[in-house]
Design a protein around this ligand. Sequence first.
Ligand code: HEC
Ligand code: HEC
Ligand code: HEC
Ligand code: HEC
Length: 500
Amino acid sequence: MKLTEFIKEKPGFSAAIVFVVGLVAILLLAMLAASITFRRAEVASIYNNVKVKITGIESRSDIWGQNYPREWETWKKTQEMDFKSKYLGNMPEDALGARPDMAILWAGYAFARDYSAPRGHGYAIDDMRATLRTGAPVDGAPDLQPGTCWTCKSPDVPRMMKEVGVENFYKGKWSDFGAEVVNPIGCADCHDPDTMSLTITRPALIEAFERHGKDIRNATLQEMRSLVCAQCHVEYYFKGDEKYLTFPWDGGITMEAMEAYYDKNEVTDWVHAVSKTKMLKAQHPDYELFLLGAHGQRGVSCADCHMPYISEGGVKYSDHHVMSPLKNVSSTCQTCHRDSEDNLIGYVYERQDKVLEIRNRLEPELAKAHILAKLAWDSGATQEEMADAQKLIRQAQWRWDFGVASHGASFHAPIETQRVLSHGLDKALLAQLTLKDVLYRHGVTEVTLPDISTKEKAQAWIGLDMATLKEQKAGFMEKVVPEWIKTAIQNNRLSAPQAQ
Ligand code: HEC
Ligand code: HEC
Ligand code: HEC
Ligand code: HEC
């Protein structure tokens, strides 16, 4: 079935060559599957030697670490910051500073305040507390985010969900859980302590499957090696006043299917402060886009590249240092590809370069569309006149965000990502044309665009008082966070190395 699809995609190819290539690919995957099965026996012997008995939802990874020292030692490396590839790596990077147009694109939304490229799992809690997007709930100042916001950060989340109920967790205030959700993404997020099998701990993924009539517990091990990641690395939204975490997958997982879902359910994440458009914020559809790429279609899993097997003194285990596979091409890509390290890295960069070329075209055009919309409003345009342009802006930005927010997509699924971004560019330019008509009707024939060439200028232009926001955050970091940590330590909730 998959093979025939492949032949259809490349009609110019000799069927024989395609068949042989396909066979090799299938053989590789079969070998992988066999090695996984063989490993189950190996793994079983590890469990018989456990030192501590783990019961309930144990969110302190150091406790698990006593039983599984190799996984624990490699897991801790998610706190390293020592690698930079051409575009990514494990260091935080001020993305708004590098591409200030994004401050315009998110005007009126917390992302315009602060947005950094992700780093390792070990920083999930630190980064969530420190970002200006969570505001400064201190001295009675209100929360900016609901409890839902913690969902993809910590194994304390399933623990708290069990304690207070899933609905109550989501609709609670973010700061309600500050002294409870304290450990970054860890063992209990992905493993059942009794069997060490991979398990799904986030209700939203289970529920999304259920709405398709599927029981996620029937997933194969190879599927689970991606599904554990799909608990967090997916598109989602906070549904209704209850802020119930929901995946918009009911009609499918393509960009268009999710947009149709949001339109049908009249979902608006925020109203844009410049163009007054009802906007959507894409999260990070890594899993969905991955499935549409060459590796996803062949049944390769996230763990194959991001958690490769390591052999050490006769023991084979999974590298729990989840990061860019380019740091260690020999244990990632070269497990399956007989090609040089330089070539393999070159393939990744070539795809990223080409996708980002379209992204870099799209971002300024989309920012310009928002600004032209503001000028149209200022010149007296009516809601009726603006409706078409606003629809195009919403669509353009959804396409942009969908293609960009999934940082790995330019390699995982370069063709699909480029398709999505190209449609974004098309819609952004159409929005500008439509707005120029509106402006013309109101007698505006010449426009001067603001200087938004740096993050500071762009943030000032959209009216953000960054000095105050930063000052409030500093107060929160100084007064509130140490209290949260102190309480967590008193209640014996914190794992090493955080607790040390
Ligand atoms: C519980 C939620 C959660 C799960 C499960 C999860 N991630 Fe993540 N992942 C995150 C968050 C949050 C970040 C960003 C952390 C930060 O920047 O502070 C992240 C960051 C990353 C990064 C960037 C690391 C770097 O060094 O820049 C990669 C790669 C990644 N995840 C891959 C995976 C893979 C592969 C899986 C499955 C094996 C997975 N993640 C499972 C939430 C999760
Ligand atoms: C983001 C999800 C995720 C997290 C977090 C995670 N694991 Fe794993 N773990 C996996 C995956 C995927 C495998 C590979 C399963 C397979 O192929 O059988 C695995 C395998 C294992 C195995 C089986 C032997 C091996 O290494 O393949 C052990 C033991 C294990 N993990 C322990 C831990 C411990 C201890 C922690 C916390 C320090 C942890 N894991 C955190 C996803 C995770
Ligand atoms: C065939 C190998 C491969 C597979 C399979 C794969 N990835 Fe990736 N992933 C990569 C490469 C290569 C990059 C780009 C790394 C770089 O540029 O340094 C990347 C980047 C990422 C990033 C961005 C990291 C950052 O620093 O911002 C995330 C997140 C990610 N992948 C998650 C996933 C998830 C989730 C899955 C499964 C749904 C997955 N990957 C499957 C190879 C893979
Ligand atoms: C678990 C095995 C596996 C791993 C690990 C793996 N690949 Fe692949 N890769 C495949 C398979 C299978 C295909 C599809 C081959 C086919 O059908 O011809 C593929 C196809 C490709 C292609 C051609 C598809 C396209 O996008 O046009 C490139 C390039 C590629 N891989 C690069 C990489 C790089 C770089 C890495 C490491 C980051 C990597 N692969 C890791 C199995 C793997």
